[in-house]
Design a protein around this ligand. Sequence first.
Ligand code: MEV
Length: 420
Amino acid sequence: MKTSQYSGFFKLSVDDRMKEVAEFTGISEEEQAILQDANSLDMDKADHMIENVIGRFSFPLGVAINFIINGKEMVVPMVSEEPSVIAACSNAAKMARAGGGFTAHSLGTVMISQIQLLGIAAPNAAKSIILEHKEEIIRRCNEKDPTLVKFGGGVRDVEVRIIDSIVGKMVIVHLLVDTLDAMGANAVNTMAEAVAPYLEEITGGTAELRILSNLADHRLVTARATFKKEEIGGEEVVDKIINAYAFAAADPYRAATNNKGIMNGIIPVVLATGNDTRAIESGAHSYAARSGRYTSLTTWEKDENGDLIGMIEMPMAVGLVGGATKIHPAAGVVVKMLGVKTAAELAEIIAAVGLSNNMAALKALATEGVQRGHMSLHARNIANTIGAKGEIADKIVQAMVSEKKVNAEYAKELLEKFSS
Ligand code: MEV
């Protein structure tokens, strides 16, 4: 494969798909073997990753194709158990090509670490005392991570909030820490624990919780794409997609499902790169609720030409150093395939994939519904399972879908019929 666009990619065998993707991404035979070996994470490594290990558990790894992100042709590795997701976002990525693909931009790699101070009689005075000692707080924190500081990271700022709670007012200190290419949980938690006694000393309060916030709103990423109206079925479809978006923007029940569809694209890339999927989920949903009402992570508008423009903005706390990204051999190969050198670049790709999944879902829902597409994929899986190949498999899939009889029994009947 010379570009990320490849028609009929899904019809290739697993090995042929791997050959094409290896040629495109430049991964070696050894790296291909790592991706194809369900045991590439050896038992010893697994046993050191989490507690009470009794085995390992594997999921399929696929690639989304057709992507252009920031001008670069890309295939995107994704780990998922859900059929249709990879097909859907590949399809949306194809529709985005005429508009130049996706433009994505990371707005920084700053994490928030929170320190909760209790027992403070005059919170406003405490706030000003903390801010007066900002330089010393920053010095004490940075001292804990000289490597991060050496590479240009470290604490950028200190903020203080006073919040009302059922147990009275609390003073909450935020350390804003640039963790660069690390997700940074360990670094910022260490800093919060280290500086807490000093905050107690200067305020007279008691430091209780000292932990990062997953509402990583200083680590946002945006991605946008223009879908030319003629690529997606005309201006009527553009309007229908905007109506579908308007529903999610106005209603939390719909927004939850809309955002689930976005996470269908995001989480498989986060997982394939060995990053913390729960951190991303919690960041996404808390950001979607930041106004006090849960809403869509994307917006959809029509431009002056009648084309559709989608935009996503959300926290994306992913890293390339530390954690499972470095330990899991397959995650290392996935990062190589993506060709990313920084966590910011990885975040940009992930956001583009999330936006494309949202586009695919909204287009399907606003036009024919999702079931026909699901049924075709389900039918193809069944045809594969019963050993049908090539044109015969295509005919079986077509017959099952058009007659709305998608099951293995009928597939076997059709196989006999078309083979004779
Ligand atoms: C299913 O996994 C995802 C969708 O429900 C997303 C959506 O409704 O936008 C199709």
